[in-house]
Design a protein around this ligand. Structure first.
Ligand code: 1GP
Length: 248
């Protein structure tokens, strides 16, 4: 039995719905009143958790996380760009290692700097193999991490990366095309990865319609993340449509 209640909750979501829906709030784009309203709508829409994070941060994460937490019962999960993106006002953290890259700072450096703070803040760490997949444009995470994404037509390269994550003991794999990607992660790659691992797969980046989200789930995605599309067009109806498409 896992002692991490957020990870347990994710597995309960998968038992109940087969696939889950995370909505990403980028604190850098967050005007507090708008974000608090969005958090409440995310819950009403039937999403399963809120991810909070981005590649670059100059806003006050403590203030934003505290306000979001007061508004919603959903788990608030940090999705950090680096070891400075931490706050005690969240429930958990995707403890990501950028395994598609070969930059030691994002493989282990930031994780070491963050570890004592995660302990101090009593955040539940969710060890996650983070894989950047070419999405048709240069994304913030590619630039900030100085790593090369896996080519989108090379599922045979993605598969062993995901398997290595599982063998290293990671609890999830995140296939990331990057926020605002022109092309989302190809279904063929999702299926190839799915066939090689048994830990849940998160897929995000450039997913703009519920129909596309449903295709990713059909291909093998366990959790779908949307960010930009809601920040741009944030609407309860659209989020409901995503939640329904993903939950089937
Ligand atoms: C980015 O996967 C997330 O890390 C979400 O991407 O903003 O393109 O939906 P979008």
């Amino acid at each position: 039995m896992r002692s991490n209640w957020v990870l347990n909750y994710f597995h309960e979501v998968l038992k109940k719905h087969h696939a889950g829906y995370f909505v990403l709030i980028d604190p850098e784009q967050c005007e507090i009143e708008k974000c608090v309203k969005l958090a409440s709508e995310i819950e009403q829409a039937g999403a399963d958790a809120i991810l909070l994070g981005g590649s670059f941060l100059t806003n006050d994460l403590h203030h934003i996380a505290k306000a979001l937490k007061q508004e919603t019962e959903l788990p608030l999960v940090l999705f950090p760009g680096d070891s400075m993106h931490l706050t005690p006002h969240a429930d958990a953290i995707l403890y990501i290692s950028l395994i598609s890259g070969r930059n030691p700072n994002y493989l282990i450096g930031e994780q070491v700097k963050a570890a004592p703070w995660i302990q101090r803040y009593a955040l539940k760490p969710i060890p996650t193999g983070y894989m950047l997949i070419e999405g048709g444009n240069k994304t913030a995470v590619e630039f900030m991490s100085g790593t090369t994404p896996i080519p989108r037509d090379k599922p045979d390269i993605a598969g062993p990366h995901a398997l290595a994550a599982q063998y290293l003991g990671m609890q999830m794999v995140y296939l990331e095309a990057g926020s605002g990607a022109v092309h989302s992660v190809p279904e063929e790659m999702i299926t190839t990865v799915k066939n090689q691992i048994s830990i849940p797969i998160i897929v995000g980046g450039g997913i703009r319609t519920p129909a596309i989200a449903a295709k990713k789930v059909e291909a093998g995605a366990d959790f779908i993340v949307t960010g930009n599309i809601l920040e741009e067009n944030g609407s309860l109806e659209l989020m409901k449509a995503f939640a329904n498409a993903i939950h089937g």
